[in-house]
Design a protein around this ligand. Sequence first.
Ligand code: HEC
Length: 130
Amino acid sequence: MRLKIYFVLLMPLLIYACEQPDPEQRRIALHLPPVGFKGDAEQGSTDFKQYCASCHGQDGLGTQQGPPLIHQTYSPSHHADLAFHMAVKDGVRSHHWAFGDMQPVPDVSPEATQHIIAYVRREQRKAGIQ
Ligand code: HEC
């Protein structure tokens, strides 16, 4: 009898525990690199020029195809790093500007995105954008 009560009490806990996704899987689903991975601004500069500059400009200052990222709108407090990972993974539905939607950039890994973020944040700081 007593055992049955324990079972009934513990079952919801067990189900709860099983349904919690593995943190590493969660990070992969969110297009985040492993915990502790540090972006390198120099590598990010190269990756940015290869994958993002055609729309966001060679120096991140925008083109006819896309907005500047070195801009107050994309400061860390307005667009956290996660927004960059989501933009690369899922694309962006146009909402701030009139350039149209951004398509996902499937060739850019979570690690490469972290490098790009390090580069964008460095350039933002240089421009006085906090
Ligand atoms: C083909 C053009 C194009 C390319 C290539 C491109 N973007 Fe974009 N991106 C856009 C446009 C257009 C928007 C603006 C959407 C809007 O109106 O808000 C945008 C918006 C964004 C935003 C803002 C997201 C938000 O939540 O508002 C981020 C961050 C971003 N891009 C990052 C990147 C990065 C990083 C790369 C390179 C890996 C990249 N983009 C490549 C066109 C592009």
